[in-house]
Design a protein. Sequence first.
Length: 259
Amino acid sequence: MTGPAAAPRVALVTGATSGIGRATAELLVARGWRVVGTGRRADRLAAMERDLGGSFRGLAFDIADEPAMRAALVSLPADLAAIDLLVNGAGLGRGTEPAQEGSLDDWRVMVETNVMGLLAITRELLPGLIERRGAIVNLSSVHASWPAPANGVYGGTKAFVRQFSLDLRVDLHGTGVRVTSIEPGLVETDFFRVRSGADQAGHDAYYGGTDPLRPEDVAEAIAWVAGLPPHVNVDTLEIMPVSQSWAGYRLDRRRRGGR
């Protein structure tokens, strides 16, 4: 005689209304998880609830709004509040100007969303994740390690996410909680439109001919990490399309000072 089947595991995915977050939520549901997805766009979350059925629950709030985040989590029924996997997918870039021309308001939005929002929801869920020996997957970027023009603040926030993930592993030593930093390169999402204000033509020109990663590619990596045996931790995972590689060092060879 076999005992009762184990209840499906529960994942909470932030930034679930588009891009990598949405692809991750959909893939986890397809693989038997129950998923709580968060995002600012309530209409998209409602559509996902219709499409994905009872295995998906949407929570509409801005990840940078800490009181709204806490209120939304408190509203979850007990079975969905028992989070086994936190996927911190919410994040954005703002502005395409070099630092000397950049907007402090844009910088503040990136820090509040990519850093403070991630910290607040992680801290809120940590006690339960420790109790259930769960897992945390933080979405960083190749820009955590590799510089690029007009990218200092966005790259800085993603470098924070990477380092926070590594240090969080140290703090959680002995708890059984796994922590991974996933660091994608070029992925075709709404990211460029949000960052630059580009229209569809601008989006197509930016990604055109690059054969970038798709959100589903990164979602596969996240689901793979989440599905590994509980004694296996992937610390960092950098993923790039074959078409993308690192640029060489540059030298400004203009003559200066009469030499």
